[in-house]
Design a protein around this ligand. Sequence first.
Ligand code: FES
Length: 111
Amino acid sequence: MLYFWNNLISNLKAFNRNKNQIVLPNDFPNGITFSEQYIIVKRNERIKIFSSKCTHLGCRINNSLNDVFICPCHGSKFNSDGEVFKGPAMKNLNELKFKIDKSKNQIIIYT
Ligand code: FES
């Protein structure tokens, strides 16, 4: 089954940031959102967050096509679970831990 995702280049600004975490407004739409150095994949209430830093040589991944993240530098491809399926990258994207603070409608990403 194919999933169709909205691709959105987001200009969301972090509420707060320090060395170990970043706080963003938790208002991501369903689909894929590129925000700063993160890729947020939201499917209904399920969220996964990945570093957008390609595991090959570190280029920023900021685009997707048909649910596939494509590195602009050398063309590595990752599925929406962050799994690499076309090199030259050999490792999956780094999945990040996060916490949702519903009282403040914020998402705290641990970097
Ligand atoms: S840096 Fe992404 S494929 Fe080379």
